[in-house]
Design a binder for this molecule. Structure first.
Ligand SMILES: Nc1ncnc2c1ncn2[C@@H]1O[C@H](COP(=O)(O)OP(=O)(O)OP(=O)(O)O)[C@@H](O)[C@H]1O
Length: 272
């Protein structure tokens, strides 16, 4: 299958992320191969693809969680392999799939963790820190839950707290691994709009192709650990390609209410 070229003519913005010839193996198994990707500052990129395609693995590589990869990953022009954990945390915030904590942490504690990218672990909070936590919680509409136990919040509220954490972290790249999982339709839209309103680079993996096309400037389609297409929704979400990747007959149309695509799969059918 031919790879769709993606280029932005005359863009003055520098790359937030540049990935060259990335591969990642576990034991003898190749999980990611031949990954090449350049993401501009402020771009919103959705990583899509079937189960096991390598979306989470790629996001973890970009977050600095997998260190034993081959190839090169640059964050704002610096090779990730030359950055300390704290330096990576100053560049990248990660919202991973919603998880309860083993400890009884308060919402405030979860958000406060974002401050640690920029200050020593045992440093005492000053009034500026306090203000930033409140401001971030206010932005995600959860100031009133500041002193509640994180584990008692709903899935959507927990995701918003993790976004508040990334706001106080002040990273210029937000990575989100399936941020809409377990969320109702309202919160799915709310989380993705909120992320886009931050005006930073946002890279998220997602199964819902319509949300991907609605909220991302660019889609990156993965299959079997490789990028098989990237570009805007019209370039990537073609009937032929989706049928080949998802093994179901489908129809792709312009969405009637937003600039994205409407994709309908026919259940029970077989394809490819
Ligand atoms: N640490 C690991 N050790 C061994 N295999 C792994 C590891 N991490 C990922 N894999 C394997 O790599 C493949 C890709 O996994 P990954 O979680 O990246 O896919 P994904 O596209 O995010 O899938 P999903 O849509 O199901 O979340 C899977 O087959 C998975 O089992």
């Amino acid at each position: 299958m031919a790879e769709v070229d993606f280029s932005v003519a005359g863009s003055p913005r520098q790359n937030a992320v540049k990935v060259e010839n990335l591969s990642w193996h576990v034991a003898e198994r190749c999980i990611l191969a031949d990954i090449n990707l350049s993401i501009r500052e402020g771009e919103r990129v959705a990583i899509i693809g079937p189960n096991g395609a390598g979306k989470t693995s790629l996001i973890k590589c970009l977050a600095g969680l997998h260190k034993n990869f081959n190839g090169e990953i640059e964050l704002a022009g610096e090779a990730i392999s030359r950055l300390s954990t704290r330096q990576v945390a100053r560049r990248v915030a990660l919202v991973s799939q919603q998880q309860s904590t083993a400890f009884e942490l308060l919402t405030n504690d979860m958000v406060r963790m974002g401050l640690l990218a920029n200050k020593p672990l045992l440093a005492i909070d000053d009034s500026g820190d306090d203000h930033r936590i409140v401001e971030a919680l206010d932005l995600v509409g959860l100031k009133h839950k500041r002193w509640h136990s994180f584990n008692t919040l709903s899935g959507g509220e927990q995701q918003r707290v993790l976004i508040a954490r990334s706001i106080v972290q002040s990273a210029k790249i937000l990575l989100m691994d399936e941020p809409t999982n377990h969320l109702d339709i309202f919160y799915q839209h709310q989380i993705l709009s909120l992320a886009n309103e931050l005006n930073i680079t946002v890279i998220f993996s997602i199964h819902n192709l319509e949300l991907a096309s609605q909220y991302a400037d660019r889609l990156v389609l993965m299959q079997d650990g490789k990028i098989i297409a990237q570009g805007d929704a019209s370039q990537v979400l073609t009937t032929e390609r989706l049928q080949q990747v998802f093994k179901l007959p489908c129809q792709v149309e312009s969405h009637p209410f937003n600039p994205g695509k409407r994709v309908t799969f026919v259940s029970g059918g077989t394809c490819g």
